[in-house]
Ligand binder design. Structure first.
Ligand code: ADP
Ligand code: ZN
Length: 356
């Protein structure tokens, strides 16, 4: 089966390949893009059980010398001591400047392995093999890497672009429904930013039915934005749509609400707030809610507007007395709104009372 190729244009450009059966062909695809080197596969225990043997077989068939590092699944592995173990593993394996790391897994694996690749020997190459929908449509592209600190999520990290992203859509068959919904939230976010035809696919169907075109359109949108703004000083900030409230909800829940679910509620709040405050060109709240609900996502929260505003304002994104929000005026048209921090609570309230 053929696959789609979406380029990310940067100083060192790379391709995102999307299609079925890519993991089984990963060895030859990596050889074309990277040539010969040693490959260190990094993956969590769940993904290792499902896909590691297949990937290692393909790599060996393509003539690669490999080693692999498997860590316990879950966000609690995305921290400094795992990073440190991983760096020591690379050193034990005597990886050199020309070798390469393969991040096989979801966002946790990509963030951790990408960070390790970015600082080992001051930076070696890595390839992303996203196996969750969230990683495929969002975190595997654009080179953001990080681990969490006890003081907060993603506090230590760096920008380090992958050399190749292989997005095998067959992997999503083994994803639990909750993980698929988690990724759908980022796809719906992209749909609100980009508009049609992506939004309609998510509004009238759900991600499982249209997985390939949805992933391809999300990747194309993100690749384009990252190509314009690698380090998030300008338009890349649009990708924070729904994330101010979303991060606040994650924080208030002690991170028991998954990222995508929190972003879903954040998208619903911002759409309703924009509509209630009369700042839209067309009705957007009902359409946003229906896309979210159709994909198994929540649209309301039990936390108060005050609690969310307090959590959001202790966030790193605050600058002085203003906070920058991304607000939709139509499906496919969002803008930056500079809001005085004192008004954030009322803004959230406008989007939360309308949801009752
Ligand atoms: P995310 O991608 O949502 O940021 P993780 O990397 O922690 O988060 O992945 C979420 C969970 O899904 C983890 O427990 C991981 O082991 C599991 N997982 C990842 N890919 C697959 C897959 N293709 N099939 C089944 N489970 C998977
Ligand atoms: Zn996100």
């Amino acid at each position: 089966m053929e696959h789609r190729v979406i380029p990310v244009h940067l100083r060192e450009s790379y391709n995102v390949l999307i299609g079925g059966g890519l993991l089984a062909k990963s060895g030859s695809l990596i050889r074309v893009a990277l040539g010969d080197c040693r490959l260190a596969v990094v993956t969590d225990r769940n993904v290792a059980g499902l896909y590691l043997d297949g990937v290692l077989t393909s790599l060996r068939e393509a003539g690669y010398d490999t080693c692999s590092f498997v860590f316990p699944a879950g966000e609690q592995s995305k921290r400094m001591d795992t990073l440190s173990n991983l760096l020591e593993f690379f050193a034990e394996e005597r990886l050199t400047r020309t070798d390469c790391v393969l991040a096989l897994g979801g966002g946790v694996t990509g963030d951790l392995a990408g960070f390790a690749a970015g600082c080992y020997l001051r930076g070696i190459r890595y390839v992303q093999l996203p196996t969750t929908l969230l990683a495929a449509v969002d975190s595997s592209i654009g080179g953001k890497t990080a681990v969490d600190l006890p003081q907060g999520k993603n506090l230590a990290g760096l920008f380090h672009q992958p050399s190749l992203v292989l997005c095998d859509i067959d992997c999503f068959h083994t994803l639990p429904a909750e993980e698929l919904s988690n990724g759908a939230a980022e796809a719906i976010k992209t749909g609100i930013l980009e508009g049609e035809p992506l939004f309609s696919l998510l509004e009238t169907g759900n991600v499982r039915e249209h997985i390939e075109p949805i992933v391809a359109q999300c990747v194309r949108y993100k690749a384009n934005i990252v190509g314009q703004d690698e380090t998030e000083t300008g338009p890349r900030k649009l990708l924070n749509l729904g994330h101010t409230a979303g991060h606040a909800i994650e924080k208030c829940s002690g991170f028991s609400i998954p990222h995508g679910y929190a972003v879903a509620i954040g998208l619903a709040i911002i759409a309703r707030a924009a509509e209630t405050l009369g700042a839209v060109d067309e009705p957007i709240a009902a359409r946003t809610e229906s896309a979210l609900v159709r994909n198994g996502l929540p649209i309301t929260t039990k936390f108060s507007p005050e609690a969310l505003a307090n959590a959001a304002l202790s966030d790193k994104k605050r600058t002085g007395g203003q906070i920058t929000l991304v607000v939709p005026r139509a499906i496919g048209a969002c803008y930056f709104l500079e809001l005085p921090t004192a008004q954030l609570e009322n803004f959230f309230r406008a989007g939360m009372e309308a949801g009752k």
